[in-house]
Design a protein around this ligand. Structure first.
Ligand code: ZN
Length: 295
C-alpha cells in the first residue's frame, strides 16, 4: 500500500506495540498551502507526524489536537480518527536561528464533534520532536514510549522525508526487563531507521520490526492519512454572526475586500454587503424566534 498511511502492529514475544507513519504527501500539501520558511516547514512537518502517531489511539468521530507553544514559534496540528490531518505554524517566516529546541508547553486536546473530552498541558524542554512525543505519552498515558520523528525538508521546500515510528509496552507486560531498550537503540541509529522506512515502502515493515527485535511482528491495521480541513462557509458565517449586527456591518463597510481566510487550509471566504445583511437577518430571526438554536 503506497501513499500516506498509519500502520499499527505488535511484537507479542517482546510485549511491544508499534505505530509507523508515512506522511510525505500530507506535509507537501500543508507546505503548498502555507509556504513557510524551511525552519517553519520542519516545525510543521514534525508536528503533523507527531499528531498522526499520537492520534492512533483515538476512535470514531474523535479528533486529537497537539498545540506546541514555544518561545519563538508555535504550531497546531489536528488529526481525526478518520485520518484527516491539518496544521498551522506561526510565524511562517521562522528563521533557522530562531527554531531551536522544543521549549515551552504542549497542549493536548481530545475532541468529539467540537466538544472537548480531555485537555492536558505539559511543560516541555527537549531538543527534538521525538522526545516531546515521548514526554507527552509518558504524561498523558502514564506509559513509557520510544518515538522517532524523522523529517527532512530540502532548502527549496521539497519534502524529502516525513516519517514517524512509535513503540510502547503492551499493557500487562511484567516489569523487570525493559522491552523498550533495544527499540531505543535502533531508533537512534540512522541506518536502522532508513532501513525501516525502506521496508515500509516495500510492504515489509513488520518483517523489519521483527528482525530489529529478533521476534516475529504482527501487522494489525493500516489506514490512509491525508491533509484535509473541515472548515466550511457555514462555519465562517456563524463566526461572523457572533460579532453581532453592529460590528458585522462595520466590518464589511471598513474592509476594501471583505473576506476570511481559514488559518489551517488557507481557503478564502469572501463576503459583500448583501451577504452581511443576510447574516444580520438570520441573527435577528434566531433572536426573535425564542429558540436560541437549541443550545
Ligand atoms: Zn480550512
Amino acid at each position: 500500500m503506497a501513499g500516506d498511511r498509519l500502520h499499527i502492529g505488535r511484537v507479542p514475544g517482546r510485549g511491544l506495540r508499534y505505530r509507523l507513519v508515512a506522511l510525505e504527501d500530507t506535509v507537501a500539501d500543508a507546505l503548498a498551502r502555507h509556504e513557510p520558511s524551511t525552519a517553519a516547514s520542519r516545525l510543521m512537518a514534525e508536528m503533523l507526524v507527531s499528531v498522526a502517531l499520537a492520534a492512533a489511539s483515538i476512535k470514531g468521530e474523535e479528533t486529537l489536537t497537539l498545540h506546541y507553544r514555544g518561545r519563538t514559534a508555535g504550531a497546531v496540528a489536528d488529526c481525526a480518527a478518520t485520518g484527516e490531518i491539518r496544521g498551522r505554524v506561526t510565524p511562517v517566516d521562522l528563521s533557522e536561528v530562531a527554531f531551536g529546541p522544543y521549549v515551552g508547553e504542549l497542549v493536548t486536546v481530545k475532541w468529539l464533534r467540537g466538544r472537548e473530552l480531555y485537555r492536558g498541558v505539559i511543560p516541555v524542554g527537549v531538543p527534538t520532536a521525538s522526545e516531546m512525543l515521548e514526554a507527552y505519552f509518558g504524561e498523558s498515558e502514564q506509559w513509557p514510549a520510544r518515538a522517532r520523528v524523522d523529517v527532512r525538508i530540502a532548502p527549496e521546500g521539497r519534502v524529502v522525508r516525513a516519517r514517524g515510528a512509535f513503540f510502547t509496552r503492551e499493557p500487562g507486560w511484567p516489569p523487570g526487563d525493559d522491552p523498550l531498550r533495544p527499540v531505543a537503540e535502533r531508533l537512534s541509529d540512522p541506518a536502522a531507521v532508513d532501513g525501516l522506512w525502506s521496508a515500509m515502502d516495500g510492504g515489509r515493515a513488520d518483517d523489519e520490526v521483527g528482525a530489529w527485535l529478533s521476534s516475529p511482528a504482527l501487522a494489525e491495521a493500516e489506514s490512509p492519512l491525508r491533509y484535509s480541513c473541515p472548515c466550511s462557509r457555514e462555519q465562517v458565517e456563524l463566526l461572523l454572526m457572533s460579532l453581532g449586527a453592529r460590528d458585522l456591518r462595520e466590518w464589511v463597510r471598513e474592509q476594501a475586500d471583505p473576506h476570511v481566510v481559514c488559518e489551517y487550509c488557507r481557503q478564502r471566504y469572501t463576503f459583500d454587503a448583501a451577504d452581511v445583511e443576510r447574516l444580520v437577518a438570520g441573527l435577528q430571526g434566531s433572536l426573535g424566534s425564542g429558540d436560541a438554536a437549541g443550545a
